[in-house]
Design a protein around this ligand. Structure first.
Ligand SMILES: Nc1ncnc2c1ncn2[C@@H]1O[C@H](COP(=O)(O)OP(=O)(O)OP(=O)(O)O)[C@@H](O)[C@H]1O
Ligand SMILES: [Mg+2]
Length: 340
């Protein structure tokens, strides 16, 4: 069994280990190089992409210490008093150069804070650096948002998620046959929607299952059957994708793919599962979970044909392979989708 959860154990403490966010890292190195530190930094991004982690790395880097860092999770009920106290605290000079205040899950701050607090945020003394984190920037007051230097974290691409899981497996000296390990990492990478935390948690579940039963079969069909049972926020996009494949509407496919570039491999994977379901449904052996999605699909493609579905199944496998082996940029997306 795993003792310390991997996501905490492998939370990076230095920029060099902060993965898959080259733009954010370059931006921060730029501030540090010019010692031109913005007084308010806002870190946005989907859950599990590294907001809290990055806030802590920046705070530590500014002072080479954590002594002058205060971290408040605004979504926590007990934080009301902490926020009230901040107005007093920020008047005092820190031990090091800066006092860094991390306000995590900051989207609820308007409701909890006073005018005195908002003023402190707008016009902080020169030794104060605010770092705000949220995955709902649209819920923040524009007066707060617009005054911040924005660091927008992105979805982590599957190849980086795979490398990170292999790194953890190496550090943990896991005794899983390399081929099986790679297969598990690939499945997890395409099923974690660009969230490193999600991928690490899925990986922990996999390791626990494997260590309690080393005979646990690690093959394509085991993973597929696990994933078939899990719903995904990408399911609706998978329906849209597949409808366009059936209608041979390549222009719409490319548009959809480019808008959702960061999650494309995951969407494609869900599309393949859905299409496989259609093949099975048409031949009478389907998994029930996909019925609602199939109905949505059928409202647009009334009578799918089994031969055509099998053909699409094979083409999707090819496209997924293409995308998994190449960097996902505009050219490779267009090139891969043109095979559909
Ligand atoms: N860019 C990254 N590089 C390496 N590990 C990461 C990265 N992002 C996240 N992780 C891993 O995922 C875990 C969770 O990350 P973190 O708590 O920073 O995400 P978050 O964006 O703040 O999520 P939430 O929105 O749920 O608060 C970390 O402990 C770390 O193990
Ligand atoms: Mg967080």
């Amino acid at each position: 069994m795993i003792n310390t959860p991997y996501d905490l154990k492998y939370r990076p403490k230095i920029l060099k280990r902060f993965l898959g966010q080259p733009n954010a890292v370059a931006q921060i190195r730029g501030f540090l190089k010019n010692t031109n530190i913005p007084p308010r930094i806002l870190i946005t991004g989907n859950t599990g992409t590294g907001k809290t982690t990055l806030a802590r790395i920046i705070a530590n880097k500014l002072n080479n210490s954590d002594e002058d860092t205060i971290e408040i999770n605004v979504s926590d009920k007990r934080s009301i008093e902490d926020i009230r106290d901040l107005v007093k605290i920020i008047r005092f000079k820190p031990k090091h150069k800066y006092k860094v205040i991390i306000l995590d899950e900051v989207q609820g701050i308007q409701k909890l804070s006073s005018n005195a607090f908002l003023k402190a945020l707008e016009e902080p003394p020169p030794h104060i650096i605010w770092i705000l984190c949220t995955n709902e920037p649209e819920a923040l007051l524009p007066t707060i948002k617009n005054r911040c230097e924005l660091i927008a974290l992105e979805h982590i691409p599957p190849n980086i998620i795979i490398d990170n899981l292999l790194y953890i497996a190496g550090k943990e000296q896991l005794k899983i046959p390399p081929k099986s390990l790679m297969l598990a990492c690939k499945y997890i990478a395409i099923n974690s929607n660009g969230s490193i935390r999600d991928s690490i948690n899925q990986f922990s579940a996999f390791v626990n299952r494997y260590s309690s039963n080393p005979k646990f079969k690690i093959d394509d069909s085991t993973f597929k059957s696990i994933l078939l049972k899990t719903e995904s926020p990408l399911d609706d996009l998978a329906v849209e994708f597949l409808v366009n494949v059936y209608k041979n509407n390549i222009a719409s496919l490319i548009k959809l793919a480019l808008i959702n570039k960061d999650q494309l491999v995951s969407i494609l994977f869900r599309t393949m599962l859905l299409n496989r379901f259609i093949v099975e449904e048409l031949s009478g052996a389907a998994n029930r979970r996909f019925i609602p999605l199939y109905k949505k699909f059928q409202s647009q493609i009334a009578k799918p044909n089994i031969k055509f579905s099998v053909l699409i199944h094979n083409k999707l496998i090819f496209v997924k392979k293409e995308l998994l082996t190449k960097p996902i940029d505009e050219d490779s997306i267009i090139c891969a989708l043109s095979h559909l």
